[in-house]
Structures are given as structure tokens and as C-alpha cells.
Design a protein around this ligand. Structure first.
Ligand code: CA
Ligand code: CA
Length: 268
């Protein structure tokens, strides 16, 4: 006798024994009609029957996993991730990080990852795709770099404070009081912001940083700034003579004074 099988699912019949073998896939889930025929060469006989192929859950698979990412502070993080599910289940996304990144989110259904106000640091981020039964994680490194200006400001602040503390000297001579003090960091930032845009551009053109050209120019002025002085009372005067009405000023100007002495007198 010879067996044969008519089937839309991937099953086959051994021609001699009639044994049915095969492995249905996710696309075969459901009820199917099969017809098996056996013949002795002269009189074939057929028998129809049904089989039900039930689903076995498959975990989601990552199709668009996140890559390691490095951003400058102030740049929003926006990217999409995607996982697919062979069973057609809805995939939901979750996100977590170490250390915790407050404000880092992922759309539960969209997979859109967003962090609009990223904080500087190095994070190990885990994104989870779930079909409700099984979870699949993917991890990536996220680095948020501090902006260059922020680094300089934060890094130099203690130095400026120390210089200011060391250089405040009060000398009593007869009826005169002479006081010298270092210029506060905010004054340097003010000078650079308001008057240093050309120098910043020149420094950038030469491949340097925004302070480089200002410092080079200040070095061309002799010690003492040729008598030019800067009174850094832009927000009034503080200790030892507190005076909120006192105002900032450049004094001791002469016709030969060039912009570089301003920069030196201003502490730049
Ligand atoms: Ca399945
Ligand atoms: Ca599934």
C-alpha cells in the first residue's frame, strides 16, 4: 500500500507506514482539513480529518535596538526603538537606567525614546520589549557630556574665589585706604560675553577655545595695565565696604590705551 496526504500545513505522510510528521509554524495556527489517501495500486481510499494547530508563545525580537549614544548637554535625546512579535501580539516598551535618569521616557506602544532635559553623566539604559508574557531586554550606554563653557565655568569658579580671597589686601597709609581685589568670575564672563565675540571667533578660527585669543591679547599688555584699572562693582560693592549704589568703571584711561589693557585690567 502507498499513503499520500493532501494538506495546507507542513505535514507529510510516510508512503509506506502512513505516519504523519512535520512542525507547523506561527502561520499555521488554526483549524485545517487534511485528506489522507491509501491505495494498493488499483482502488485508492481517502479519509478526511481536521487538526487544530494551537499557538506557542514566542517572545518579541528586537528589530531596531538602540545603539550606544553620546550627546552634548543641552541636546534633547530623541530616537525610536522597535521589536516585533511573531505571534502578532502587541509589544509594549519600558525603560530604566542606572543611575536613574529622571525624565527619560519611552512610549509604551510607540517605542519613541525621549529625554528633553538630559543631565550630564554616564548611564546604562535598559529598554524592555514585552508581549505580556515574555520580556526581552536590550541595553545601551548613554553619555551626556557637559558643555565646554559649563566645564570651564564650574572648574574655574573655585580658582577665582581663591584668588579673590588671597588678593584682597587692605593697606592703611596715612588717611588713605587702598584696596586691591581679584575680579570675580562673573565679571570675566560679562567681559567675554559683551566684548569678546570677535576674539572668540578668532580663537575658533585658529582651532582654539573662546578664552585663548583673549588671554593672548592680555599677555601683550605690560604688568599694571599701563595704569588702567577696572572697578568690578557691576552689582554694587561687597565686603569690606558694602555699598549697593557703587557702580563698575574703567578708570585711568590715556590716549595710548589699547583694548588689550582693558582685558588685563578686567582680569582677562
Ligand atoms: Ca508562536
Ligand atoms: Ca508573543
Amino acid at each position: 500500500m502507498v499513503f499520500s496526504l493532501l494538506s495546507k500545513v507542513p505535514l507529510c505522510s510516510a508512503t509506506v507506514t502512513g505516519e504523519l510528521t512535520g512542525t507547523p509554524g506561527d502561520g499555521d495556527v488554526g483549524r485545517h482539513l487534511l485528506v489522507v489517501t491509501v491505495t494498493d495500486g488499483t482502488a485508492p481510499v481517502s479519509k478526511a480529518f481536521t487538526i487544530d494547530v494551537s499557538n506557542v508563545n514566542d517572545a518579541p525580537e528586537w528589530r531596531l535596538p538602540p545603539d550606544d549614544l553620546e550627546l552634548e548637554h543641552g541636546t534633547p535625546l530623541l530616537m525610536a526603538v522597535q521589536a516585533v512579535d511573531a505571534d502578532g501580539d502587541d509589544v509594549q516598551y519600558y525603560i530604566a537606567s542606572e543611575p536613574a535618569a529622571e525624565g527619560l521616557t519611552v512610549g509604551v506602544l510607540s517605542g519613541d525614546v525621549a529625554w528633553y532635559k538630559p543631565r550630564p553623566g554616564t548611564y546604562l539604559v535598559t529598554v524592555t520589549a514585552s508581549d505580556g508574557e515574555e520580556d526581552v531586554d536590550t541595553v545601551f550606554d548613554l553619555v551626556i557630556k557637559r558643555a565646554k563653557v559649563e566645564d570651564e565655568g564650574m572648574g574655574n569658579a573655585p580658582l577665582y574665589a581663591a584668588i579673590a580671597a588671597l588678593l584682597v589686601v587692605v593697606v592703611l597709609l596715612l588717611l588713605w585706604t587702598v584696596m586691591g581685589g581679584a575680579v570675580a568670575a562673573e565679571m570675566l564672563e560679562w567681559f567675554k560675553r559683551e566684548y569678546g565675540f570677535e576674539e572668540k571667533q578668532k580663537a575658533t578660527d585658529k582651532g582654539g577655545e573662546d578664552w585663548d585669543h583673549l588671554m593672548d591679547l592680555a599677555r601683550t599688555s605690560p604688568p599694571g595695565s599701563r595704569g588702567t584699572m577696572f572697578l568690578p562693582h557691576m552689582s554694587g560693592a561687597s565686603c569690606p565696604v558694602v555699598d549697593s549704589a557703587s557702580m563698575g568703571a574703567f578708570v585711568g584711561l590715556r590716549g595710548f590705551v589699547k583694548p588689550n589693557v582693558f582685558r588685563q585690567a578686567g582680569g582677562v
